[in-house]
Design a protein around this ligand. Sequence first.
Ligand code: GAL
Length: 421
Amino acid sequence: MKFANLLTAALMASAASLGIAGSASAQSNEEVQVLHWWTSGGEAKALSTLKDKLQGEGVAWVDVPVAGGGGEGAMTVLRSRVTAGDPPTASQMLGFDIQDWAEQGVLANLNDVAAAGGWDAAIPEAIQKFSKYEGEWVAAPVNIHSTNWIWVNKAMFDELGLSEPKDWDGLIAALDKIKAAGKTALAHGGQPWQDATIFDSVVMTTGGPDFYQKSMIDLDPEALGSDTMKTVFERMAKLRTYVDDNFSGRDWNLATAMVINGEAGVQIMGDWAKGEFLNAGKQPGTDFLCYRFPGTQGTVTFNTDQFAMFQVGENAQDAQSKLAAAIEDPAFQVSFNTIKGSAPTRTDVSDEAFDACGKKAIADVKEAAEKGTLLGSLAHGHAARAAVKNAMYDVVTAAFNGDYTPEQATQELVTAVAGAQ
Ligand code: GAL
């Protein structure tokens, strides 16, 4: 039975059993059950600003955390809860996953809150593409994260006389110098979503925005199987030579901690890593440096965290509206994103309260939106649907672990993507 039919059957059964027409379960109208994966120090600190804001408005927050960077585990739990007829009030989700859920007809319409909050004028078109389904608002975007960053331990760069690497060769020269000094050059966690997060940037720096668009978003078989893609996999294999022996399975924030404590020199990660530096009391320009992945300046591979509301009954709608309105409140956009490490999703929010990395994130997003180089992150569900994303994850991780040569990985990528469409 197709997922959609199973889902409908489950929702009908549970509504009938509870005798509640058109809703899966009765919930107090001043309570939100929120499923998310923000469990690291920085993520939890940022999320607490939302919990506090809602509690200040009389809405109790029932936390449903599902640990696991990138949200794969959270999405598995979400699917099982919805299939069981017990969806949360709201869930964090990314990009094309919102479209998949909207197609099931299980998301609440947020048009009224959007109109009251001026969302259409303030939120970039590239984000709205994911927040709306058939022209209706079905999710509230909270930020604009991006993956094409490197995070640097400043003391180590100073000690080794290193400056910002401006291209691939500059990055390799810097990593070689750190490795020669007996340090871990690249802090990394060997998990598919983290390998893919690096892949975003290597595709971009190797082929540029047009190639990124063609291969990651258009899924053009010629681009996916090209010599350029072979070079991408050769470069991924090169990066593999800079990680430590215990990288496999490491959580992303523990890799960030290696850069924070000076055990490693560089991490390639989205700007949620900045939330970990800040949570550890570190300051940009003093303790750490944020650089665009070498060779990708002028482009942004973005991923936006959004909260979608499930149809859990009329008595939850007031609380859901308050949650959606809180997320887009301009003051909240500052208080949350200055901690989370992301740029605000609203373009009518001042960058004054943001640190140097935050100001750069905001400026880069604006520049990329104007240049048409604000492109969705493949690794974080903003380039292709989940089936294709996961098929790419498998090839990228297998290649990173040496199971494929660059040539084989390139061919496997074409096959895997074709099979997942
Ligand atoms: C991303 C998400 C970020 C952060 C990161 C690590 O998918 O957009 O907010 O949670 O995963 O878990």
